[in-house]
Design a protein around this ligand. Structure first.
Ligand code: NDP
Length: 249
């Protein structure tokens, strides 16, 4: 599938978890649209692989190993930013799935710290480093269908992703007059390296639950992010865009 055509020339995005999976596709889409991207990711291995894969964009991309759960790490990354930011995509996330009875405090804390507190750390640290000239500042938070509807075995993840939606709506109210829009994207079943390793029957069963009869691609999510990041989406604020093929209709 081809990507939507937007121009992000002379604009810069920060993409957390931007070295692999959905975040990598978002990074690539911004680069292909002429933008600069700071990739903030925890995984040294993924950063190294992304650096190789994106070598043709080397003047447009800056890689930084960041742990979004640590405020000091976010501070260091902001200091190292080569460009003032126009767009922040809060994408980094993890899962530690278990039924509620089996879920440990560590499982709960790890997911809340990364998927919710991590967004606060990054957004708070970066908010003063946005391009002061821009009246099209964008924050796009990656939530999940699970944050809207819950899911068996994901108390921690559902709570964090629902929290992301509350944060999105509140920041949309608070930051709107400062030239920001703040929106969330809620992906459904997305095909990534992780799902590609699953048995075909499992994938077929997942696809059968989706009205459009397929899993989503990372490009489906990146396209929604690119639209929300564009100037054309300037009157969309505090929205949660479901990109799930109609999974929950
Ligand atoms: P991946 O695991 O493929 O990529 C996430 C990246 O974020 C990894 O490189 C990961 O590093 C990094 N990361 C994890 N913790 C931190 C941290 N503390 N600081 C900085 N970076 C970190 O995930 P996906 O692409 O599948 O998911 C991306 C987002 O989309 C997540 O927020 C996820 O919850 C959401 N989502 C995904 C869906 C799907 O079907 N894939 C469906 C709905 C929502 P490491 O490998 O070291 O952990």
């Amino acid at each position: 599938m081809s990507n939507l055509q937007f121009s992000f020339k002379n604009k810069a995005a920060v993409v957390t978890g931007g070295a692999q999976g959905i975040g990598f596709q978002i990074t690539l889409s911004f680069l292909q649209a002429g933008g600069n991207v700071a990739v903030w990711d925890y995984s040294a291995q993924a950063l190294e692989a992304a650096k190789k894969e994106l070598s043709s964009f080397k003047d447009q991309v800056h890689f930084q190993q960041v742990d979004v759960t640590q405020k000091e790490s976010c501070d260091q990354a902001v200091q190292a930013l080569p460009w003032p930011a126009d767009v922040l995509v809060n994408n980094a996330g993890i899962t530690r799935d278990k039924s509620f009875g089996k879920m440990s405090f560590d499982d709960w804390n790890a997911v809340i710290n990364t998927n919710l507190t991590g967004l606060f750390n990054v957004t708070k640290t970066l908010s003063e480093k946005f391009n002061p000239q821009s009246m099209n500042k964008r924050i796009i938070n990656i939530s999940s269908v699970v944050g809207l509807y819950g899911n068996f075995g994901q108390t921690n993840y559902a709570a964090a992703k629902a929290g992301v939606i509350g944060m999105t709506k509140t920041l949309g109210k608070e930051l709107g007059r400062k030239g920001f829009t703040v929106n969330a994207v809620a992906p459904g079943f997305i095909s990534t390296a992780m799902t590609q390793a699953m048995p075909k029957e499992t994938l077929d069963a997942m696809a059968a639950k989706v009205p459009v009869a397929r899993l989503g691609s990372t490009a489906d999510i990146a396209n929604a992010v690119m639209f929300l990041a564009s100037e054309q989406a300037g009157y969309i604020n505090g929205a949660v865009i479901s990109v799930d093929g109609g999974l929950v209709i």
